[in-house]
Ligand binder design. Structure first.
Ligand code: FUL
Ligand code: CA
Length: 705
């Protein structure tokens, strides 16, 4: 009898413990993936022969002697990353040209064959040591696509690549991330042995997170702009998909799959310049702090990690334009997340789970995401309330889920108390590792977070509120077809000043207000949201030139300076080839209007003939492809002809492929030997996306300087 009672009591307490324990939900992260998500922000470095040849994709036939940085300083890279608040560095150990930044035994296209340090150097050795010194994690990018290796495209190449990987992963200490690039723009397609490659990674680095379109550690976010979906699940369905061209659709990569079968969180990759490799041409095109803030909130703020590329230059250091920008960004981020106002709140919640010692409401505002709060399993519509005696003003909400137990929240909203009434100020979907909402200033004594739907009992680790300082938006410069330059600024009350002689604008530089023509539709949506008033300035620039603009506030504060370089304006240009009316969109000065060849046309090649209306000495051309998700008609192979009479075109003055244009559809500049011409002919030879029959031109331009 006595024994039976004991047994019963034991069973009862066992049942109670079962009820209190939080059952994990769905696909779960590994310990390494949780640690990886906590890193949030780290550096990407592209460095190699392309740094010296102005290329994005080297052909592998370049003389290794071109790689000759004058004073490589990997400690400067690491110091810059550290001061920028980054947690690690991933380096392109081997890009598509096959060039190895270490003296690999398995290649003859390496630093050993280069002019740098008489062939005795090793970039991986220097960087891994510098990372260790500065307390940063170290990661490597190795492209399986190899345009140099003689065995590429043969049955023996996979083993060569496995050996190469093994060499890198066994010689330079711990590696937190192995970056596998899916790109393959060549004619030879090698069937990769991913199983073999992964086994080499895990054998050497069991805690490495493997990046690719389909993970398994983390996934590409589907664009090279660094922006994740507002809905972003860390789970993904990967059956039937492979890295590269066979990857999941862009939307799945961007938003994940709700209830996806594997935990493969998003990593947002983007370069601080238009291209991934250094080029002196982009020294004045380093992204503004405003743009980088959009990226930060669009990645870290949407349950993604941000890997920001900062290319090393020809000297072998991070260029001052880039490092200065990183420090400016750090300053703004530090100021934005300095004082967590949630810590001062009285915090309460409906439906707090009882009987589980780990669950506490006070864990929600203790400043760490290792502790959490949770509801009972049955709870629906849970509310977390932050109450203040005196009103607070905030404009950022940070939420975190305790992801070790799975991603759960599907819908939530934020409300404040205003004049005794509850007012909804935001309604969003997923949270995941971290969600940051950028809001206008709100002043209130009560903030409510409503968890509206969740896959299972919500488990939240942090609720934070901040008041970020206002960041004065950078002016935007654009030129219309009629050669008028318009400068706008999205910050209310800002006064724009500009220069046309390359000097830094000051309060003494010219300022002149015009009106905003309705064509100015291409300011980013993020920025539009906060627009309260806009102003614009018009300057006529038919022959081109450099425009610098800066916004100033009455209190003396100012924005960053923005620079735009224009060549001859398309004011007199006319399309001579077919579909002239539609094709005019390709020469209207507007990046947002795009000429796409008709759907029913036969397919490639396509061409555009233009009368420039005058004879010019041409030194190159520019092609702006359409951007945006699923853009049709991005051109890969091209030929470019010129003529003095519009009839005789001769042989092309330039031909080739726009490297990496599929994933990074930015402005392409192709220089060629100077030639006098009045007519130009752009031939689209092949598409960037296999099977695409259409060709598209957002803008075609000439280079006369
Ligand atoms: C892409 C590559 O093709 C680019 O060159 C760059 O390395 C980028 C990060 O990944 O797939
Ligand atoms: Ca256009």
């Amino acid at each position: 009898m006595k024994r039976q009672t004991l047994l019963l009591a034991g069973l009862l307490s066992f049942n109670m413990a079962m009820a209190q324990e939080i059952k994990p939900y769905g696909a779960l992260p590994s310990k390494a993936q949780v640690a990886w998500n906590d890193m949030e922000y780290y550096m990407f470095i592209h460095f190699g022969p392309n740094t010296f040849t102005n290329k994005e994709w080297g052909h592998g036939d370049e003389d290794p002697k071109v790689f000759n940085p004058t004073h490589v300083d990997a400690r400067q890279w690491a110091r810059t990353a550290k001061l920028a608040g980054m947690k690690g560095i991933v380096l392109t150990a081997k890009h598509h040209d096959g060039f190895c930044l270490w003296p690999s035994k398995y290649s003859t296209h390496t630093v050993r064959e280069s002019a740098w340090k008489d062939g005795k150097g090793d970039i991986l050795k220097e960087l891994s040591a510098a990372c260790k010194e500065y307390g940063l994690k170290f990661g490597v990018y190795l492209s399986p696509w190899d345009r140099n290796h003689p065995e590429y495209g043969t049955a023996t190449y996979n083993q060569v690549f496995a050996n190469t990987l093994n060499e890198v992963l066994s010689n330079y200490g711990p590696v937190f991330e192995q970056w596998f690039d899916g790109a393959n723009g060549g004619n030879v397609k090698q069937p990769y042995d991913w199983k073999l490659f992964h086994s080499v990674v895990y054998k050497n680095q069991p805690n490495a997170v493997i990046f690719s379109d389909v993970g398994p550690g983390c996934r590409w976010v589907g664009n090279e702009n660094g922006i994740a979906g507002t809905t972003n699940w860390s789970t993904l369905n990967v059956k039937g998909f492979a890295p590269g061209a066979d990857g999941p659709p862009a939307r799945s990569l961007n938003e994940g799959n709700e209830d996806g079968e594997q935990w493969i969180p998003a990593e947002c990759d983007v370069s601080i310049r238009p291209g991934w490799f250094y080029s002196p041409d982009t020294d004045d095109k380093v992204k503004s702090v405003s743009h980088l803030l959009d990226i930060y909130y669009g990645s870290v703020g949407r349950n993604g990690n941000l890997i920001l590329n900062v290319p090393v230059d020809r000297d072998g250091v991070i260029h001052p334009n880039d490092s200065t920008r990183l420090m400016e960004l750090r300053k703004v981020l530090d100021a934005s997340f300095k004082d967590n106002l949630a810590k001062k709140a009285v915090i309460t919640a409906t439906n707090t789970r009882t009987g589980n010692a780990a669950v506490k409401v006070s864990n929600l505002n203790d400043g760490t995401n290792t502790t959490y709060w949770a509801t009972t399993d049955a709870a629906k519509n849970t509310v977390i309330t932050l109450t203040y005696k005196k009103p607070i003003t905030f404009n950022r909400v940070v939420l975190q889920e305790y992801i070790a137990l799975g991603q759960r929240v599907q819908n939530f909203s934020v409300e404040i108390l205003e004049n005794g009434q509850l007012k909804e100020i935001a309604k969003e979907t997923t949270i995941g590792h971290k969600r940051i909402l950028r809001l206008p200033d709100y002043t209130t004594t009560q903030v409510r977070i409503n968890i509206l739907d969740a896959k299972a009992a919500p488990v939240i680790s942090e609720v934070q509120l901040y008041k970020a300082p206002v960041w004065l938006a950078t002016p935007e410069i654009m030129r219309l077809k009629n050669s008028q330059v318009i400068i706008t600024c999205a910050s209310a009350d800002a006064e724009i000043h500009y220069t046309l002689d390359g000097t830094e604008p000051t309060l003494k530089s010219p300022t002149k207000h015009g009106f905003i023509p309705p064509v100015i539709a291409n300011v980013s949506e993020e920025r539009r949201k906060n627009v309260e008033s806009e102003q614009s300035i018009m300057v006529d620039l038919p022959r081109g030139g450099v425009v610098k603009a800066k916004a100033f506030l009455k209190d003396g504060s100012s924005s960053e300076t923005v620079t735009a370089n224009f060549d001859v304006a398309p004011a007199k240009w006319m399309v001579l080839s077919t579909n002239a009316a539609a094709a005019a969109k390709g020469i209207d000065g507007q990046p947002s209007t795009v000429y796409v060849t008709p759907k029913e046309s036969a397919g490639y090649p396509h061409e555009l003939q233009i009368d420039l209306g005058e004879t010019l000495s041409l030194k190159g051309f520019t092609y702006l492809p359409p951007t945006g998700e699923g853009a049709k008609g991005v051109v890969y192979g091209y030929e470019y002809y010129t003529s003095t009479d519009g009839k005789n075109w001769g042989s092309p003055v330039a031909k080739g492929q726009f490297a990496n244009i599929k994933n990074n559809p930015v402005l392409q500049s192709v220089p060629f030997a100077a030639v006098n011409a009045r007519y130009i002919r752009f031939v689209a030879v092949s598409p960037a996306n296999d099977g695409d029959k259409q060709a598209a031109v957002a803008e075609l331009g000439v280079m006369t300087r």
